[in-house]
Design a protein around this ligand. Structure first.
Ligand SMILES: Nc1nc2c(c(=O)[nH]1)N[C@H]1C(S)=C(S)[C@@H](COP(=O)(O)OP(=O)(O)OC[C@H]3O[C@@H](n4cnc5c(=O)[nH]c(N)nc54)[C@H](O)[C@@H]3O)O[C@H]1N2
Ligand SMILES: Nc1nc2c(c(=O)[nH]1)N[C@H]1C(S)=C(S)[C@@H](COP(=O)(O)OP(=O)(O)OC[C@H]3O[C@@H](n4cnc5c(=O)[nH]c(N)nc54)[C@H](O)[C@@H]3O)O[C@H]1N2
Ligand code: SF4
Ligand SMILES: [Mo]
Length: 734
């Protein structure tokens, strides 16, 4: 079965683009060179960077006059190869979202009532600068925290570093990639990165542990996955749910949720015990094999079978298939890895160790090693020395690589290790992104200042003292974006259309605040363009080419051993550490250990969540173009279980969790495609913000049901799949 990339991606991008294209005479030249525009139109193409998710594909914005007509993939950009995912193509729907924030707003009445009056930029910025100055004098600058997501946050990191704080927390660490990055850093001395440095297209065997490629729609990765499927790669998908990826796989392993580490340990047991590891590679690069062999000796497939619910013969057989394809055998590191808490870094370490045994790190069909491209900084004075972040208490989560967002929240509530009094929130909807919502609301009420910079009136904006409307990614410059990929380079975000109303670019907002705070020496540029021109000049990047093409590529370099890469390992020992002295010294298990997840209370199902191809969290659910395409707001439940509960497909229910938290009414999807012990929903639905007039009231919100977490003691991640729900029939109108 030859599944082409085109078919894989065609489902929706085509329909959207076709509708827009009908009006226009844009033509693409036959080569993968620059698209050309019919000279009879006043159309032009602005090459820029997508920000509908965080993969940062290269886009070509087709513009006529001031009007954005459609968005296509930039064929010169190595992350898009001329193609986009449906969300990227539908960026037009954000540009013209009638609910966009168009004026600075100041709160009237109590905080959190989502009631504001429009004010001038001067009044809004003056208020924020005054408050920041007050906090700096009263508590010190580190009493301000920045929560952020996305490329545009760099201007605010710069502003607040100059101001004197290092309290920058992103839910994309302790609620997302954290355990994986820490585990790979401990093992290989390097992280899988974003975009992940995976050579999926050339893998002969690909194992996906949860990673639901095709629903997780990271563009290049899905293109590569389609390539692997078309090449007939041996694909093994481990997921309690029959995911889109599972539907393309040779083998689906419907694992009992939370028991993956047991499976991984058994695979290691077989591969080491039967001496199927990549001997030459292991001898050259790996340390700690003996200790590993000893530690995994008890973990036979039979043992793992009892934990995972998977057949022991299947476990043994898949281990042999995985080893047989080495080194072009890739156990995907995943991305969202904060699943079960104490198990998470260990599970990610077990994945790293398997890859080490296969020798996939540095080999074709495994993890390539990107060369990157050196970019010079724009010279500014050194930042003042800031206190260490307030996110952790003495000895807590010693291996965290970034501040923990929920730790900054805690410091805001209890003032330990020191008080946080001001929040700057950029491009993250903390109400939906952070677990344990009651804590988030408590922290917000304890603040002296709450500023939200956003493009839409999301839930978090409703809690602000001041809302600053940002120009969207289609309407602004941002800082240069380095590309660390098979072909590295640098890409430019540049405006393709004017912002609506009085919305302003982040660079402008940050600079204006800087000037008002007496930090002008940190902003020695007139505007983003002069800043970017200078940075390009210092980096030896031709500005005009970058503006024209949206991307400038670095010279090609070998990224895998087969092409001449001299592989070096970034750990202190220079070896891949399958046994971790560092973990041992800090009192953690040096070889992964398995912790059995808590069983569901009788009558409850484990709550699982994930992604839908047509949406990015809650940031696209108000996009009318994507909304027309897909809702994906039903709760998946096993068909037989639903029948036993007397629930027909499409029935309306409320989910009620172990702490009594109730969801909004939501329809069920009764399906054979999920195990009977769990339910599944797509994250990002169930908006309550009144300004999101399209998304409000559609679907239910998984994050409000995550009232409980289990924390990973190694790095502070919040395991969120530890909540259980029952289903109660509900009227639609309820
Ligand atoms: N379309 C789209 N794509 C996205 C995003 C988006 O919002 N929309 N977000 C991006 C971001 S930031 C991230 S972090 C990634 C997340 O995407 P992934 O890293 O792929 O996330 P996971 O949490 O691994 O994937 C969820 C899958 O895990 C399965 N699962 C649940 N519990 C278990 C378990 O105990 N064991 C196993 N083996 N599987 C389990 C679920 O059934 C589901 O299929 O997606 C990225 N891609
Ligand atoms: N329950 C639960 N919790 C989760 C997850 C889950 O699946 N379930 N996923 C976790 C994961 S993997 C991650 S990465 C995090 C992500 O969570 P977040 O960091 O919150 O990411 P988004 O949801 O993309 O952020 C959305 C906010 O950014 C705003 N925004 C969009 N574009 C722009 C822009 O150009 N400028 C500005 N200033 N704002 C903009 C949107 O309007 C919206 O308010 O959530 C984590 N939390
Ligand atoms: S994967 Fe899709 S949404 Fe994400 S950056 Fe690329 S085109 Fe945009
Ligand atoms: Mo994420």
């Amino acid at each position: 079965m030859a599944l082409s990339r085109r078919r894989f991606l065609s489902l929706s991008a085509g329909t959207l683009a076709a509708a827009a294209a009908a009006k226009l005479a844009f033509t693409r030249s036959a080569s993968a060179a620059r698209p050309t525009i019919d000279p009879g139109t006043d159309g032009r193409i602005v090459s820029s960077i997508c920000e509908v998710c965080f993969w940062k594909c290269g886009i070509d914005a087709h513009v006529q006059g001031d009007r954005l007509i459609k968005i296509t993939g930039n064929p010169r950009h190595p992350l898009s190869n001329g193609r986009l995912c449906p969300r990227g193509a539908a960026g037009v729907g954000l540009g013209y979202d009638p609910d966009r924030l168009v004026k600075p707003l100041m709160r009237v009445g109590a905080r959190g009532r989502d009631e504001f009056r429009p004010v001038s930029w001067d009044e809004a910025l003056g208020f924020v600068a005054n408050k920041l100055d007050e906090i700096r004098k009263k508590y010190g600058p580190e009493a301000v925290a920045l929560f952020n997501h996305g490329a545009g946050a760099s201007w605010f990191k710069h502003l607040l570093s100059a101001y004197g704080t290092a309290n920058f927390g992103a839910p994309s660490f302790a609620q997302c990639r954290g355990p994986r990055d820490v585990a790979f850093d401990l093992t290989f001395g390097a992280e899988p990165g974003s975009p992940e440095v995976l050579d999926i297209g050339s893998s002969d065997c690909l194992v996906l542990i949860g990673s639901h490629l095709g629903e997780n729609m990271h563009n290049t990765q899905v293109q590569d996955f389609a390539e692997a499927v078309a090449r007939g790669a041996d694909i093994i998908v481990v997921d309690p749910r029959f995911s889109t990826a599972a539907s393309k796989a040779k083998t689906w392993m419907p694992i009992r949720p939370g028991t993956d580490t047991a499976l991984l340990l058994a695979w290691i047991h077989v591969i080491v015990g039967e001496q199927r590891y990549n001997r030459a590679y292991v001898e050259k690069y790996v340390s700690g094999l003996e200790e590993l062999a000893k530690a995994v000796a008890p973990y036979s497939p039979e043992w793992a079978s009892a934990e995972t619910g998977l057949d022991a013969t299947l476990i043994r057989g898949t281990a042999r298939r995985i080893a047989g394809a080495a080194p072009a055998s890739l156990v995907h590191p995943g991305r969202h890895a904060t699943w079960y808490g104490p198990d998470d870094t260990h599970r990610s370490r077990a994945i790293a160790i398997l890859n080490a045994l296969l020798g996939s790190w540095g080999h074709r069909g495994g993890f390539f090693r990107p060369s990157g491209m050196k970019l010079a900084k724009f010279p500014t004075p050194p930042y003042p020395k800031a206190r260490p972040p307030a996110d952790r208490l003495e000895g807590e989560a010693p291996f965290a690589l970034e501040p923990l967002a929920q730790g900054l929240r805690r410091a805001t509530i209890d003032g330990k290790p020191y008080p946080i009094k001001g929040w700057f929130v950029y491009g993250t909807n903390l109400i939906q992104a952070l677990p344990q919502r009651a804590e988030t609301l408590k922290a917000i009420q304890a603040l002296d200042l709450m500023v939200v910079v956003d493009v839409l009136p999301a839930e978090i904006a409703g809690y602000a003292d001041v809302v600053l409307p940002e120009a969207s990614y289609l309407e602004r410059y941002d800082d240069l974006v380095g590309i660390s990929w098979r072909r590295s380079g640098v890409a430019l975000r540049q405006p393709a259309m004017p912002p609506p109303g009085e919305a302003k670019a982040g660079w402008w907002i940050a600079r204006e605040l800087g000037l008002r705070l007496g930090l002008e020496s940190f902003f020695p540029w007139k505007d983003a363009e002069s800043y970017l021109r200078e940075r390009c000049k210092l980096s030896g990047v031709d500005w005009d080419t970058l503006v024209r093409d949206g991307v400038v590529l670095a010279p090609e370099k070998p990224t895998v051993v087969e092409d001449g890469l001299a592989l070096s390992i970034g750990t202190e020992s220079g070896k891949i550490e399958v046994y971790s002295e560092k973990l041992a010294k800090a009192g953690f298990a040096p070889v992964p250990v398995y912790e059995r997840p808590d069983a569901a209370p009788p009558g409850y199902f484990r709550l699982l969540y994930g992604r839908a191809p047509g949406h990015t969290f809650g940031r696209t659910t108000n996009n009318r173009l994507l909304g027309e395409l897909s809702h994906h707001d039903r709760v998946w439940i096993n068909a037989k279980v639903a029948a036993d509960l007397g629930l027909a497909d499409g029935a309306w229910v409320r989910l009620i969790n172990q702490d009594g938290v109730q969801s909004a009414p939501v329809q069920i999807r009764a399906t054979e495609r999920i195990r009977g012990d769990c339910v599944y929903m797509v994250h990002g639905w169930g908006h309550t913000a009144k300004g999101l007039r399209y998304a409000k009231g559609r679907g239910a919100d998984d994050s409000e049901l995550v009232s409980r977490v289990k924390v990973d003691p190694v790095m502070g991640g919040t395991g969120m799949r530890v909540n259980f729900v029952t289903l109660q029939p509900a009227a639609r109108e309820a």
